[in-house]
Write a protein of this length. Structure first.
Length: 359
């Protein structure tokens, strides 16, 4: 199985990779910038953190703390460079937990996230230009230079046997991993409350199961209530292709434009930041269906399971192109209520039919 191509980040482990062994043994990534903010960044708030960007050095620290606390997401991939020299190694991890502030942390920094380390690659496997990008002095950044090359290298890493996530948004009850392969069944009828704004944003509520959804055109940000809640989303668009036919002795040419619906399924802790990122990395989508719990907030395992379930149900319809790697690793999720999440996935499928993504 290949690594899913979520957002890609570089997180350095201090000068000369001095904290790398701690990162790998503890299953974490961490940043400092205590001179800018030594307290819990979630409690402080993103807006209050931004006001501390006074001076070039402080502005750089604030920007990196904002990305670490509010833009990294569950299942994003991080690359941490090893010590320079010789055939340098770069270690790859998957983010498994939300931002947390650790009182009494060492010099590695109090701002931390849990990570499952899944493999590594060497400097010889990438070009010099990409190596130079990864070895930039900045602590946390998106590797725009050579990103396509890096994704090709990461696609060869195998997460099988990497183990379960080390932390979660909310604690889950212990249970056996749940397989989410689709099964043939008739979707149950669902009653929806739907309202539509003049800008094209639709608010959709389902009472059984309790779900809140929003369909947002690509040019609109999600509503403010979607900033810091866990859930899943489905990006949809249209892929155009041509079909060509040659007939008769004179080889008459007939060209037909073929339109096919396209979808991408993801999970997030912050819909606002995730869609802003996807506007840069996935320019082909036109609408986003956002899905969150209408009752108790989803846990991390809940959204991992639901992401995989919705993906598999869409794949099983054979009505939409899913040009993405299967959300691998989510089969190991231990959600709290599988039957409820299965009903949620069915409802998402029904809403996609209602909105014209599926026929």
């Amino acid at each position: 199985m290949q690594l899913m191509a979520n957002e890609l980040w570089v997180v350095r482990a201090g000068q000369q990779a001095r904290y790398l062994d701690l990162f790998r043994s503890a299953g974490v990534i961490a940043v400092g910038f205590k001179e800018v903010a030594d307290e819990d960044l979630v409690a402080l708030g993103e807006a209050a953190l931004t006001t501390r960007a006074k001076g070039q050095s402080a502005a750089s620290g604030v920007g990196q703390l904002r990305r670490f606390a509010f833009q990294l997401e569950l299942d994003d991939l991080v690359i941490t460079p090893g010590a320079p020299g010789g055939n340098q190694r770069y270690f790859v991890g998957r983010v498994t937990g939300p931002y947390r502030h650790v009182d009494g942390a060492g010099e590695e920094g109090p701002h931390q996230r849990s990570v499952r380390w899944v493999g590594s690659f060497t400097a010889e496997e990438i070009s010099k230009a990409t190596r130079n990008s990864l070895d930039a002095a900045t602590t946390l950044f998106r590797p725009k230079q050579g990103e396509a090359e890096l994704r090709a290298v990461l696609s060869g890493l195998d997460e099988e046997g990497a183990g379960p996530p080390s932390s979660d948004l909310q604690p889950s009850q212990p249970s056996q991993p749940v397989q989410t392969s689709p099964r043939s069944r008739v979707l149950a009828p669902v009653e929806l409350d739907v309202s539509l704004t003049a800008a094209g944003r639709a608010t959709i509520r389902a009472h059984h199961p309790a779900l809140e959804m929003e369909q947002t055109p690509r040019h609109l940000d999600p509503g403010d209530g979607w900033r810091h809640v866990p859930g899943v989303y489905v990006l949809t668009g249209t892929e155009l292709d041509t079909s060509t036919t040659r007939t008769g002795f004179e080889r008459a040419l007939t060209t037909t434009l073929v339109s096919r619906p396209w979808a991408y399924v993801g999970l997030t802790e912050n819909f606002f930041n995730r869609l802003a990122s996807h506007r840069q990395t996935k320019p082909e989508w036109r609408r986003a269906l956002l899905v969150r719990s209408g009752g108790h907030a989803f846990s991390g395992d809940d959204i991992r399971y639901l992401e995989r379930k919705v993906h598999d149900l869409l794949l099983d319809t054979d009505e939409v192109l899913l040009a993405q790697t299967v959300p691998h690793g989510n089969v190991a999720a231990t959600p709290r209520d599988v039957s409820y999440l299965d009903a949620c996935a069915d409802t998402v499928l029904s809403v996609l039919r209602l909105t014209g993504t599926l026929i």
